[in-house]
Design a protein around this ligand. Structure first.
Ligand code: HMG
Length: 398
């Protein structure tokens, strides 16, 4: 295959708030055994966004990072898609703000896609189609969400916030991508009526819908390559174990799925365990986790192909829609993955108290943005004000 026929991820970058809630603190406040969160669900920390940090801010920070690290000018981006289910407007796209903040040209096709957690994956699929036209150079797809379930809800320990920006091109430096199978079905597992600020969730049923979708997507393949990384949408790591127990036996019914999970899946779950569910970005955060730990835990990055032939990427969005993609690592994957540095950003975060976390809930419910709201310390952008119902975004320090 000609190199210019290969399409996929040239680079990706992750951005998340610089403050987090430790779930042992949440467990103590809710009078729940911490092991339920840490082991039963598999999440240790939840990223908590500040009032000055909405999905536009998260997306713009991730987008800026991916362009700078890839050395790509905003002028060369011809398609900008934001996948989000926590948009701040029912009409004006999040992408319009991000387009402005990143200085992307007016000749760029710019829009949002909403399909619960699958929105950004559908953006990636649209970008893959768009890049088949040799006139098109770079597509930027950004997944950005703040997952909130409300105080004392069952979903509370799975909350999170963050964005993943994906730069797609022909002859990509990180990972080639192609769609293998897809799945759609009308279900009521998780939804957000327009007049509600929190989702309505049928928790147990949602896990069944997720598992059915994965069974169907992997079941459509003639053969599953067991020497791949299996990267799943990760609302919480325990569900990924539960789904992989079922998918692994499709590779070989005698497989020891626990061993296979440790070898081919576990690395991809580590960032989600420290950030929580970031909805549209969750699958792509799991890819970042797989890449960063594959790199740090190998002595010779050129030998990755002996450990892993490539990867499967399973995306699920409630409601529901799912897609299974195949990725092949490119020869230059290590140079790109080396720039991720998610672990470094995780270690620099500030642990907030349960009181600060509960204040952030009140701020969100009251939509309050006032002078006492501090600026985020890690990113380049902030929501500075809301004037005459218009959101004003600025560069920090400008
Ligand atoms: P729950 O009712 O609190 O949990 O809700 P549980 O009582 O079933 O316990 C969870 C696990 O902890 C169980 O393990 C318990 O045994 C274990 P399992 O039986 O599953 O193996 N446990 C303990 N383990 C150790 N020590 C203990 C202990 N106590 C209990 N002391 C639920 C859990 C996930 C349902 C809830 O958090 C929820 O509703 N979350 C939100 C919905 C969700 O994440 N669904 C996932 C699939 S749908 C999806 O992924 C789409 C989504 O991302 C949205 C979108 O697409 O936009 C959510």
């Amino acid at each position: 295959m000609n190199n210019t026929d290969v399409i996929g991820l040239d680079h990706l970058a992750v951005y998340f708030p610089d403050q987090y809630l430790d779930l042992t603190d949440l467990a103590a406040a809710r009078n729940i055994d911490a092991k339920k969160y840490l082991v039963g669900i598999g999440i240790h920390n939840a990223a908590v966004a500040m009032p000055s940090e909405d999905v536009v801010v998260l997306a713009a920070n991730a987008g800026l990072k991916v362009l700078q690290e890839a050395g790509v000018s905003p002028e060369d981006v011809g398609m900008l898609v934001i996948g989000t289910e926590s948009a701040v407007d029912k009409s004006k796209p999040t992408a319009a703000h991000v387009h402005d903040l990143l200085g992307i040209s007016t000749s760029c096709r710019t829009y949002d896609i909403v399909h619960a957690c699958a929105g950004a994956t559908y953006g990636v699929l649209a970008a893959l189609d768009w890049l088949h036209n040799p006139k098109n150079k770079y597509a930027l797809v950004i997944a950005s969400d703040i997952a909130r379930y409300g105080k004392e809800s069952l979903g509370e320990p799975t909350q999170g916030a963050g964005a993943v920006a994906m730069l797609l091109s022909r002859n990509p430096r990180l990972l080639s991508l192609e769609e293998l199978s897809t799945y759609s079905r009308q279900v009521w597992d998780f939804w957000k009526p327009l007049d509600k600020i929190y989702p309505i969730v049928d928790g147990l049923y949602s896990t069944q819908c997720y598992i059915d979708a994965a069974n169907s997507c992997f079941g459509a393949l003639e053969k599953i390559n067991g020497n791949s990384a299996f990267i799943y949408h990760t609302p919480y790591p325990k569900l990924v174990q539960q789904v992989h127990a079922r998918i692994a036996v499709m590779i070989d019914e005698k497989i020891d799925w626990k061993q296979h999970f440790v070898a081919k899946v576990e690395r991809s779950c580590r960032f989600s365990a420290r950030i929580g569910n970031i909805y549209t970005g969750s699958l792509w955060l799991s890819l970042a986790s797989q890449l960063e730990f594959s790199l740090s835990e190998t002595t010779d990055p050129t030998k990755l192909k002996e450990d892993l032939d490539g990867c499967y990427l399973f995306s699920y969005g409630s409601g529901c829609g799912a897609a299974l993609l195949r990725g092949e690592f490119r020869d230059t994957w290590a140079e790109m993955a080396d720039q991720l540095k998610v672990e470094q950003a995780l270690s620099a975060r500030r642990r907030i108290s349960i009181e600060e976390y509960e204040k952030s809930i009140i701020d969100y419910e009251n939509m309050s943005l006032n002078d006492s709201c501090p600026d985020p310390t890690s990113g380049q952008f902030k929501l500075a004000a809301i004037e005459s119902e218009k959101r004003v975004y600025t560069r920090i320090g400008v």
